[in-house]
Design a protein around this ligand. Structure first.
Ligand code: DGP
Length: 114
């Protein structure tokens, strides 16, 4: 989608540090990491956020969750654990309107979600 930051990253028009990629998903390091591992998993097709998944392709959505697991495995997080977050809308402070899953790990995190 034109003027979507993550679509431009997926297309390679904006540089990113790739961690994982397959036919339907792309994963890259967050520009402002909140943990030793902070990776964003995005679908290659434009979906605005969790509020739009009702009209999204099931295979794409499943691929995103599998990509989260692949990233956790590649980053060595399967044994220690990791957190997956998808912010949606203004109350959740979603800043990029392209569905993405933050994968955070490599440190002990708080039991609070805020
Ligand atoms: P959210 O606030 O949940 O919409 O997360 C958006 C994330 O995207 C935020 O953690 C910072 C990251 N981000 C924003 N711009 C860029 C960029 O140009 N490159 C990379 N790698 N990450 C970005």
């Amino acid at each position: 989608m034109e003027n979507c930051l993550f679509c431009k990253i997926i297309a390679g028009d904006i540089p990113s540090t790739r961690v994982y990629e397959d036919e339907m998903t792309y994963a890259f390091r967050d520009i402002a990491p909140m943990a030793p591992t902070h990776v964003l998993v995005v679908p290659k097709t434009h979906i605005g956020g969790m509020d739009e998944v009702d009209s999204a392709d099931d295979a794409t959505l499943a691929a995103c969750l599998r990509a989260v697991r692949k990233v956790a495995e590649a980053e060595g997080l399967l044994a220690s654990g990791f957190r997956t977050i998808s912010n949606c809308g203004s109350d959740a402070c979603q800043s990029v309107r392209h569905l993405h899953f933050h994968v955070l790990g490599g440190k002990q995190m708080s039991d609070r979600m805020d």
